[in-house]
Design a protein around this ligand. Structure first.
Ligand code: ARG
Length: 477
């Protein structure tokens, strides 16, 4: 009997420690659907090329179908001795269908297999992520629409700057998540290319039809042509696609973490802008009054691990000589964890913002309750309409720089009186500039300020409505 599952070359068995150290079967199992899809496509092509018989092809198909149902039901016996999922599946196949199973590996290497599996699997995950990003955007659009008329202070440097519509504020996040979805689609294009047929590193002496395999697996470009990895050495060792995906995921988590930070701030008693429903908050074991925004906090925290995986993958690939090296086995856990973290995070945010449809009532209710009065109250502090007064004076003919200076004096006076600009009597305002008239109070109101910002992309109600319509139409496609 052989000392190893796959070769007579070795004179002694592998040590248990080495076995455990080198095996990937306990984490790469999750690629099984992709592995079987790749094997079916490869076998179909081998038969079409006359490299295996139709009978063998049929046996392989039957065996792999059984293996799929065994894995699905949990009956499949994964063996550490067989190192990874590829060898586990192949060994079981041979057990089930004999020599046909042994012929499957003609013109193929695990190096091509693992690269193919990872790409097929990631392609599916990207599609799910794009779907979740769509859900989150729709949830944000609904909340933005409901709050288009609600005003809160816009900040720069976290200092009150100018009033903005809360709907407008939320639409900024829609822009971010829209870019994330677009980036994911762009990454998908480079993920969806076929490494199979590289036969470990140099190509193969068998007349493989790689284009046929690519078509079977749906690895085609925008014009429907088969998308092949062009160079066999690169095909088996390239993990750019995993890194690009991780970079796109990291950027998406940046956006989630920025939103999270705002939710945490808004929920704090010092802002009081929102409430987050009890089902999304947790308590304290010592302070009976506490409700903590754990979901956004954790999302902010999990951003760190996604960044970590990106740097981990970059570091994994740096300095690797061509072609495949076992180092690459280390690509899986960070990639899997990135996908899991991102999907869970997007799902929970879509639900927190948009809610889940209640099967009983058919109603959807998000977990965020907006305190419009608190937002408006906050916008009345900090002289949020000072810029509007300056613009008013410009319309009266003052150069902007002079208007800016004039208003600074007015703000100083308001600070001294502990009141808002709009609470200064007209006579006092006219002391700063004689051309100030009664109509200034409309300009100094929050709603007047908002309505005035009517340039494309601005916070005026008409512009917010235009943004909403744009995104609705885009997402309906
Ligand atoms: N388990 C390996 C991986 O994840 C599969 C490829 C192994 N190839 C090899 N020649 N050792 O990368």
């Amino acid at each position: 009997t052989k000392a190893r599952a796959w070769s007579a070359l070795f004179s002694e068995p592998m040590s248990d420690l080495v076995k455990r150290y080198t095996a990937s079967v306990f984490f790469d199992q999750r690629l099984w659907r992709a592995d079987i899809a790749g094997s079916l496509a490869h076998a179909e092509m081998l038969a079409a090329q006359g490299l295996i018989s139709e009978q063998d092809h049929a046996s392989i198909g039957r065996g792999l179908a059984q293996i799929a149902s065994e894995i699905e039901s949990g009956a499949f016996a994964w063996k550490l001795d067989l190192e990874d999922l590829h060898l586990n599946i192949e060994a079981r196949l041979t057990q089930l269908v004999g020599d046909a199973g042994k012929r499957l590996h003609t013109g193929r290497s695990r190096n091509d297999q693992v690269a193919t599996d990872l790409r097929l699997w990631l392609r599916g995950e990207i599609d799910l992520i794009v779907g979740l990003l769509g859900e989150l955007q729709r949830a944000l659009l609904d909340l933005a629409e409901q709050n288009a008329e609600v005003i809160l202070p816009g900040f720069t440097h976290l200092q009150v700057a100018q009033p903005v519509s809360f709907g407008h504020h939320l639409l900024a996040y829609v822009e971010m998540f829209a870019r994330d979805a677009e980036r994911m689609q762009e990454v998908r294009r480079r993920v969806n290319m076929l490494p199979l047929g590289s036969a470990a590193l140099a190509g193969t002496s068998y007349p493989l039809d790689r284009e046929r395999v690519a078509r079977t697996l749906g690895m085609v470009d925008a014009s429907g042509l088969p998308a092949l990895c062009r160079n066999s050495l690169d095909a088996v060792s390239d993990r750019d696609f995993a890194i690009e995906f991780s970079a796109a995921a990291s950027l998406c988590m940046v956006h989630v973490s920025r939103f999270s930070e705002e939710l945490v701030l808004w929920m704090s008693q010092n802002f009081g802008f929102i409430r987050i429903a009890d089902r999304f908050t947790t308590g304290s074991s010592i302070m009976p009054q506490k409700k903590n925004p754990d979901v956004p906090e954790l999302a902010r925290g999990k951003t760190g691990r996604v960044f970590g995986h990106l740097v981990g993958l970059l570091t994994l690939m740096k300095g690797q000589p061509l072609a495949y090296n076992k180092d690459n086995q280390e690509d899986k856990e960070p990639l899997f964890d990135t996908v899991d973290t991102l999907k869970d995070t997007l799902r929970i945010f879509a639900e927190m913002v948009g809610g889940e449809t209640d099967p009983a009532s058919g109603r959807k209710e998000g977990a965020i309750t907006v305190n419009a009065a608190a937002m408006e109250q906050a916008a009345r502090k900090g002289y949020a309409t000072a810029t509007d007064l300056a613009d008013y004076l410009v319309r009266k003919g003052l150069p902007f720089r002079d208007a800016h200076e004039t208003v600074a004096h007015a703000v100083q006076a308001a600070v001294a009186h502990a009141c808002d600009l709009s609470e200064l009597p007209l006579s006092v305002l006219q002391g700063f500039h004689p051309q100030i008239e009664k109509d200034v109070y409309e300009v100094l109101s929050l709603r007047g300020s908002l309505a005035a910002r009517n340039t494309p992309g601005g916070t005026a109600p008409a512009q917010v409505r235009a943004q909403l319509a744009h995104h609705r139409a885009r997402l309906a496609q």
